[in-house]
Design a protein around this ligand. Sequence first.
Ligand SMILES: *Cc1c(COP(=O)(O)O)cnc(C)c1O
Length: 357
Amino acid sequence: MATIHLGALRHNLARLKAWAAPARVMAVVKADAYGHGLERVARALDADAEAFAVAALGDGLRLRAAGHRQRIVVLSGLDQPADIAEMQRLGLEAAIHHEAQLPWLAEAQAARGRLRVWLKIDSGMHRLGFAPERVPAIHARLRAMPGIDPEIGLMTHFAESEHFAGEATAAQIARFQAATAGLEGPRSLANSAAVVGWPQAHADWVRTGGLLYGLSVVEGRNGADFGFRPAMTLRTRLIAINHIRRGERIGYNGTWQCPEDMPVGVAAIGYGDGYPRSARSGTPVLVGDVCVPLIGRVSMDLITLDLRPAPAARVGDPVTLWGPELPAERVAAHAGTIAYDLTCGMTRRVLFVEDES
Ligand SMILES: *Cc1c(COP(=O)(O)O)cnc(C)c1O
């Protein structure tokens, strides 16, 4: 069961706003709000969020269908000409990142309401965006299009802003500034890590996902270390305690061997729920409030636990996989991934509930 903490979401947005001010905050709710539930998160933040950002048009449609009136930026823009009229109808804003989109945009009809766009600049990540030297010409072309709102946003994305001392981000900022010098329009560079690590990149709008959910990608630093609160607790129960002999091997492929006669707990969660199969023996898990190591392979429905640190454990005890008492960042480090990947990976089998904490 995943509990989504609505109070934590509101706290995190307020904290992001305070941290980024005077820059404004786009709440990034792509990928079903990083697995927390798009409609649920948007409803919780509706009164406080000035703008949302999503990856694709379909999520913008869902937000409008749920009645949200904020600005909504579609970060990957349009995939086909027909998307333009749909975005105008829904009042969505499009990131423009590729040559192929320009002739489509030239056909946009002003009568449908001018489309707001963000010109995406590739300042060094080499994923989406125009090369810096092309930016003034593209900006001028967009400005001349009758169906495009003349206030054109200028946007870039960082490849490694979680490295606060790294040169790559400083170089990206410099390239962005050079490419956009003298151009009008609001600027947006920073993701979550840049909000806390690169204040010189806050500009007019920050685009924050991770920290909104209380999750950090900064090595060795949890969201809580920056004053944010995890918005998801993933919990299950202990369904068996078995006493296994020294030398026996646990689970598929017997990857973990008992060093002594010992109690082994079985909890009802697995990769079928989105708990990462890559979590290695030693990954921390809470049984009640005692931290114990995962042992053996994660299977589809079950995990096995070394219960030697928790001699009082009983069948039925709550088992916490991550949440405020056990940062998802710590679990992710044991699974060779980042916390975003864990919360995004929740499957449809997981029951979601909400609380106000
Ligand atoms: C996902 C994304 C963000 C948000 O990144 P976080 O690290 O979650 O804050 C911002 N901008 C773009 C373009 C993105 O794709």
